[in-house]
Design a protein around this ligand. Structure first.
Ligand code: HEM
Length: 436
């Protein structure tokens, strides 16, 4: 409580005990929090750490069953991670096709900004809608209805305030749901589950009736349903994974980027000048990241300073394993501190400062981009990385090219994050003033 989040508390405890491998018992669960680049690389690359914990909280997320990609392991995870990635790639995920989808969603937001005529806009919400729409199109062949999307994203933003990475109190003491359903977060999860089930069932039904055009992931999955692991629960699980992963993450990164531009006018001016010199009024493409060096450096710096997943996805040891001289028993939950790699003063000078220059070398090229791990690393690294990076560049360049960004009613937005399950910016609005 004192530190504001479980993540901060564990970071402070590890420092106090002078260790990079901090073991503790949470409820009935053995948990080890891992810090330091060497240890984190080891954990992410050793197959003994590839599994995910199997807890009440994790099963609650997927309607009481262990299914999907994000929180399963072993052969089921390998088969379905490979399958979903193959299907999405065939449809154009992470290729030029996706760029045109990003551009189309960006254009929608630009139109909203135009009609806002400088009145305050909740940009993070619009971005969450856009990214969810893009990833849902690849998964389910069409966009979500706007009212559905609106309701779902509002519920999701309440969710992560309630939980910390190991699942919060509800994970350790599931009976809390009976005596404190609201405080423990159980009620909000129930509401989200109802909303997700409605979205998912509607989409599956439309696919069964052949009412969706194209050959999206759901159709491809249905063609494989003669195979043992291709069950309806598994299909629902993957749809939950993609709905949850795309709603909050990218919206939060863009939220932090916009807040940082409002708070650092000099950085915003440098970015605008670079875009103006290199692109003029031409629309950006993802490949422009190598030419727009300062802009790209700024986006890397946002990913570093505001680490969206301070702990990467939780892992579980498959057998007794030695880590940094400590024996970690089989079945231990492992929390991997990505934030530690991004805020370590031995790696980054003045890590608390926003300095895009730390990603630019003396020849004016990008550097150090392989020293940050916002999307995790190894076999379980985030499959949404290409979508997020292309979205960040195309969206931010398009906005800055056309608009000056200002705070609402003179209120400077805080960049102090809310750290729950993920790191999020505090709610804020901004004004977008069209450039002449
Ligand atoms: C700023 C944006 C994002 C960040 C920072 C982020 C970060 C992460 C991290 C740290 C992990 C855990 C990796 C591990 O366990 O080692 C992860 C997993 C995952 N992410 Fe993302 N993510 C983002 C956006 C997305 C998007 C847009 C999607 C979907 C389109 C997505 C889908 C997933 C999935 C399915 C997994 C589970 C992978 C597995 O367990 O095999 N993510 N992400």
């Amino acid at each position: 409580m004192k530190f504001g989040s479980q993540f901060k508390a564990l970071q402070v405890m590890a420092k106090e005990y002078g260790t990079q491998v901090l073991g503790l018992k949470m409820g009935s669960e053995m948990v080890v929090a891992v810090f330091g680049e060497k240890n984190i690389r080891f954990v992410c690359n050793d197959m003994n750490f590839d599994a995910r914990p199997d807890s009440f909280f994790i099963k609650l997320r997927t309607f009481g069953r262990r299914c999907g990609v994000t929180f399963v392991d072993g052969p089921l995870w390998r088969e379905h991670r490979q399958f979903v990635m193959k299907c999405l790639r065939k449809e154009g995920f992470a290729k030029e096709v996706m760029e045109s989808d990003i551009q189309a969603e960006t254009d929608k937001i630009l139109n909203i900004l135009k009609s806002s005529s400088g009145t305050p806009v909740n940009i993070r919400f619009l971005v969450s809608m856009a990214v969810t729409n893009i990833s849902w199109k690849y998964i389910a062949g069409e966009h979500l209805r706007e009212t559905q999307l609106h309701k779902f994203i509002s519920l999701m933003s309440k969710r992560s305030e309630v939980f910390t990475m190991a699942g919060g109190w509800l994970n350790q003491w599931p009976w809390l749901r009976f005596i404190a359903p609201n405080w423990s977060g159980f009620s909000i999860i129930q509401k989200i589950n109802l909303e997700m089930i409605e979205i998912i069932q509607e989409s599956i039904r439309k696919h069964r009736e052949g009412k969706v055009q194209g050959s999206d992931y759901i159709y491809k999955f249905m063609n494989e349903m003669y195979r043992e692991s291709f069950t309806e629960d598994q299909l629902r699980g993957v749809l939950v994974d993609f709905l949850i992963a795309s709603t909050q993450t990218t919206g939060s990164v863009i939220g932090f980027a916009i807040i940082s531009l409002i708070r650092n006018k000099d950085i915003c001016d440098k970015i605008y000048n670079e875009i103006n010199t290199i692109l003029g009024k031409n629309p950006p493409k993802a490949e422009d990241c190598t030419r727009l060096v300062y802009t790209s450096a700024f986006l890397y710096e946002i990913l570093r300073k505001y680490t969206i997943a301070p702990f990467s996805g939780p892992r579980r040891t498959l057998k007794d394993t030695i880590l940094d001289g400590y024996t970690i028993p089989k079945g231990t939950t492992i929390l991997i501190s990505l934030d530690d790699l991004h805020s370590n003063s031995e790696i980054w000078n003045n890590p608390e400062q926003l300095l895009p220059e730390r990603f630019i070398d003396e020849n004016g090229d990008l550097k150090n981009t392989n020293k940050i791990y916002p999307f995790g690393l190894g076999r379980r690294a985030c499959p949404g990385e290409p979508l997020t990076k292309s979205f960040m560049l195309i969206f931010m360049v398009s906005i800055i090219q056309k608009y000056k960004i200002e705070c609402s009613n003179g209120d400077m937005p805080s960049d102090e994050p809310i750290i729950g399950l993920l790191t999020e910016p505090r709610p804020f609005t901004a004004r977008f003033i069209e450039r002449p």
